[in-house]
Write a protein of this length. Sequence first.
Lengths: 214, 416
Amino acid sequence: MANRKIQSFRRYVLAFIIGTTLFLLGFFIVNSLSHIEYQRISDFNNKLSYKIFEDKISYSFFGRKICSDETYRSISEDLSIQGRIIDDLERKFGKENAKVLERKKFYSLVLLEHFEFITLKNEECPKKIHTILFFYSNDPRYLEDSENVGRVLSSVYERNNDLVIYSFDINLDSDLINKLKERYYVQFPLEIIIDEHVKILNVKDIEEIERHLD
Amino acid sequence: MELIKIVIYTSIYIGLIATSFFILSFLSNKRKKTILYNDNELPFVSIMIPALNEEESVAKTLDSILAINYPKNKFEIVFIDDGSSDNTLKIAKKYKKYGIRIFHKKNDPIGRKGSALNFALKKVKGEIVVSMDADTFVAPDSLKKMVRYFKDPNVMCVSPGITIYQPRNLFQKIQYIEYLMGLFLRKAFASLNAIHITPGAFSAYRKNFFDKYGGYELGNLTEDLEVSLRIQYNHYIIQNAPDAAVYTIAPDNFYDLFKQRRRWYVGLMKNTWKYKKIFSPKYGDLGMFVFPIAWISIFFSVFVTIYLFFKTLIEARKEILFLQSIDFDFPNLLSLNYYVFERWVFLFFSNPIIIFIFFFMIIIGVYLIYASRKLGHISKWYFNLPLFFIFFALLFGFWWTLSVLYIIFNRGIKWR
């Protein structure tokens, strides 16, 4: 008959240490990758804000003609993806992460800067660019619906050329966002404001939006 | 944190600890001295080959066993035709001239393969008996490498280094990696005396064990597994000879593979229940770690599979509703650009589960390198490994979930 005692308790302790180290290493790698991404997106965000700022100064200070400028769409696409990645980073690092919150506030500022530029463009130029302000929420109760409305808006964006969409986190602790909410009487998550005067809550389908973009 | 994430991360954590433990056990085994028979001490061996409708492979099986490198006066081959309705018996009879003892018996639908093996056990002369399937082939030195371990009187069974014969399609390639991975694990389990599954395709037993504890259990879905657990239950040793290469033909389609796995898993559940006392400190590492870990991993796998099944249904419904809301405008929905790709790459690589999958891929890569050292060249394992990772976890969970349902609803399982 074979000896059936546990062969080595030391081996169990060692396995526990190695297993735990590998487990923590996995999260450490993920955290490091997220930090690299954060740094990259921050640099990108800074460059973009510089570009918007430069365009505005060129117009207001040096009288540059803005009506022929068509770069707004590519800038808005860049902004859109940055917003999504910042939200992804927020989910990775947590809602309370100071670095991400700071970046998010700065990003919202850049969005508003661009929004102001487009508003200016609409006042000055014959061609009308539609704007949509979307107030989403990363609160678990609204997260899924926020993502769905976001996807509907992406489709609207792809189908309509002269359109820029700005997404703001309704829960962001920022004076600017609060003022924006006050200005457009936004009270609930998932509200969208089309061309500064049409308000829709909880968009159900694409036509609900597109009928206001004609 | 969601329950599913807790379950997944817990299973990963336990998996990493268990893997570390098995690797450490494997390494410690290298330092152990094993008692082995010399060439002049080798005992008499009886090779039992039951066959039911195996006309396609039986000749190759008999050719391979006739070519083994084992003293000619120290082994016999006993072939039992288990009531085949094809040409199996006719082909086998051609080998009578090489000294193979051929028997024919009526098929026993209840006793199945166990009945044929018990029939053979009454005819054999060997101190060691080998159960061999008629769709299995052996390398010439394999038998000798296995039988050497029987010098230790506590060794009641020796398992080989089993792999798939010429894997061709996706299903066989997935099984190929699974079998190769098993080579390392079986050796690690051997160091803990915790092997609880031996391949029915080719395993060697001490005949005394059957004389003392009875033959194969009739009607058992996995009679080989039952014998392995019975050996462990009675505190004997199951050894492993990873360099004893044995090749078996694997199911090559989804349905045949599913039938095989359903039989194995239902058999494992029933036999585990029968020998549930093994879950005890009296059985050392097997009872306290190896056996519980195997069942915990199965539990997690079934949980995740059921969750994913319902989650997929719910998500599919939501997706249809969403597509309806955008007038099924696929071209615009699928508009891909550099940023979409970039975000996908970021989300993919910053997902801890993906990082842990890479960890396990590296570990299994090491297992496969070990297998290639033992069995010789392994073709294109680096191509088959990603296939294994993509499909095996899903298939494993699916097979287990259905097997659990079969047990719950008490559905009968056919042997083949």
